[in-house]
Design a protein around this ligand. Structure first.
Ligand code: HEC
Length: 132
């Protein structure tokens, strides 16, 4: 008697579980989620855009505190905007090499020491792109 009703209850549970297994919306969701990755083939120029972005990120986190958000200079810290990328990169390489440029070289040189060649190129390109 009890076994029979248990069997009925199990049967009911199993059929309920079967109903709950219908994954109605799942297949449609997959293509939607992958859609944003699609523009990649046509977006090859993104590779070239990456360099200025690194310069911008580095400039904002490492340099702007002294030279100003727009390279406009602040107090004793010289203005950088308006110089060519070549001139900026040359000065950064000089600081990195231990050369004395201005009277305050000691303040600037430690920062330059931490820059790689590609950092210097990216920074110089970014700073040269700032409005004067
Ligand atoms: C702690 C403050 C400080 C930070 C941070 C700093 N600088 Fe400087 N920077 C100076 C000072 C001071 C000078 C002037 C040094 C001198 O007298 O030669 C200078 C000079 C320069 C010059 C030469 C300017 C010229 O026309 O002679 C460049 C280029 C430069 N900095 C770029 C940078 C970049 C790029 C960064 C970030 C990676 C940076 N600086 C971070 C203080 C700083």
């Amino acid at each position: 008697m009890k076994l029979t009703s248990l069997g009925l209850a199990l049967g009911a549970l199993l059929s309920l579980a079967a109903c709950g297994e219908k994954p109605a919306a799942t297949p449609a969701a997959t293509p939607d989620t992958m859609a944003p990755a699609a523009p990649a083939p046509g977006a090859a120029p993104g590779v070239t855009e990456a360099a200025p972005d690194i310069g911008k990120l580095k400039y904002g986190s490492v340099c702007a505190g002294c030279h100003g958000q727009q390279g406009q200079g602040m107090a004793a810290f010289p203005k950088l905007a308006g110089q060519s990328a070549d001139a900026l990169a040359a000065k950064l390489r000089d600081y990195k090499a231990g050369k004395t440029l201005g009277e305050q070289t000691a303040i600037m040189a430690p920062t330059a020491l931490g820059l790689s060649d590609s950092d210097i190129d990216a920074l110089a390109n970014y700073i040269a792109s700032l409005p004067q």
